[in-house]
Write a protein that binds this ligand. Structure first.
Ligand code: NAD
Length: 348
């Protein structure tokens, strides 16, 4: 049994607290909850039968007061750094929601902090664990369609008024699409291609009618390792033809056909001779959040890093900050050079 402190138990943290961890009480004991919102604390306390003394408004105080084996962080992105700092000071491994942080510098500091403290840190990229994206990835990487040429990805949601993207902060922050949204799709491009992004170029913008203060739309092209490419369309202001969360469009163009999945979640291979084949999806697998916690527990037990350990995930969030730099400079950005320069410059 591993003991967990949940930091941020409202919003997405409510899913972790009241759904995922509520269903894993035989493997994880929630020993404390941290949130600045009383309602979120009360709901989590009821789920896990916790006394008042296990509820905190401050992560540091919780970690001082309660013994634990790891923490699960699900606060807004700009709070992640202070939460990870507290975790490192208390020798607690970290399972944390994407993105690593809201700036390149904070992301690199977080990576350095956990490296120096020799603590496991895993970033949640739940879309990797859906049955259709597991099937898509295996169809591309399994070899039956030959070598990969390029990947096309599309996320398009309608957050035009009166609709809204979850909490209001996404409409007020800088680079809302890239930081809160595209990090999932960039990570998925790496996941399905089995490649990293070398260089990225594109544009981000806010349509005149959008209810956003930071870029809500973007179009980017990427040069991947091993002679492959990718393109990405991201939009928070789409009317009519949507590919919203869990219904994104991905297409991998390969030597002997294309692998495609759209809003209906059906994965197909379209062969060069015109044959169309529906790809079977795994059944009976753990729900995304449960799969992630199980992988994390395995990491704690074995020391073998899972697929979205921070040392790998920095390359996905690196794509986000490289795209932001393109938005700002109008120039292509080399992701590895940008990350290496930041590692050199940024101090913990
Ligand atoms: N993986 C996914 O599919 C997914 C979906 C939604 C959000 N997220 C991520 O989850 C994280 C949280 O986003 P959200 O949508 O739940 O935001 P939210 O605002 O809905 O919830 C954040 C929670 O953190 C609490 N909080 C804020 N500051 C705090 C502090 N200093 N200490 C303790 N608690 C604090 C808030 O009261 C709230 O309960 C973000 O990193 C976001 O990108 C991931």
């Amino acid at each position: 049994m591993r003991r967990c402190i949940v930091v941020g138990c409202g919003g997405r943290g409510g899913y972790w607290t009241n759904r995922v961890l509520a269903g894993m009480k035989d493997q994880v004991e929630v020993v404390a909850l941290v949130d600045i919102d009383e309602e979120a604390l009360a709901k989590g306390a009821a789920t896990h039968d916790l006394p008042e003394s296990a509820l905190f408004e401050d992560a540091d105080e919780a970690m001082d007061a309660v013994e634990a084996d790891f923490c699960l962080i699900s606060t807004p992105p700009w709070i992640h750094e202070e939460n990870v700092r507290s975790a490192c000071e208390h020798n607690l491994p970290v399972l944390m929601e994407k993105p690593i942080a809201d700036t390149l510098e904070a992301s690199v500091r977080i990576k350095k902090m956990v490296d120096q403290a020799k603590l496991q840190c895993v970033i949640v990229q739940n879309y990797r664990y859906s049955p259709f994206m597991l099937a898509f990835r295996d169809a591309v990487r399994g070899g039956s369609v030959g070598r990969l040429s390029y990947v096309v990805a599309r996320f398009a949601a309608d957050y035009n008024p009166p609709k809204m993207w979850g909490k209001r902060f996404r409409h007020e922050m800088d680079h809302a699409l890239l930081i809160e949204g595209s990090v999932h799709h960039f990570d998925m491009i790496r996941n399905v291609s089995g490649r990293d992004c070398e260089e990225i170029f594109g544009y981000g913008w806010i349509p005149a009618w959008a209810d956003f203060e930071g870029n809500s739309n973007g179009l980017y092209v990427m040069k991947l390792t091993d002679d492959a490419f990718a393109s990405y369309e991201g939009s928070c202001t789409t009317e009519g033809y949507e590919n919203p969360w869990h219904h994104e469009y991905y297409r991998a163009e390969c030597e002997e056909g294309a692998v495609v999945v759209g809003a209906d979640n059906i994965v197909k291979i379209l062969r060069v001779d015109g044959a169309e084949e529906v790809v079977e999806q795994p059944v009976g697998i753990p729900e995304q959040g449960e799969a992630i916690v199980l992988e994390f527990l395995e990491y704690l037990a074995t020391g073998v890093p899972p697929q979205t350990a921070i040392e790998d995930n920095i390359k996905s969030v690196g794509m986000v900050f490289a795209a932001i730099r393109c938005d700002e400079t109008g120039q292509p950005v080399n992701v590895n050079e940008m990350l290496a320069e930041a590692e050199e410059r940024v101090e913990v």
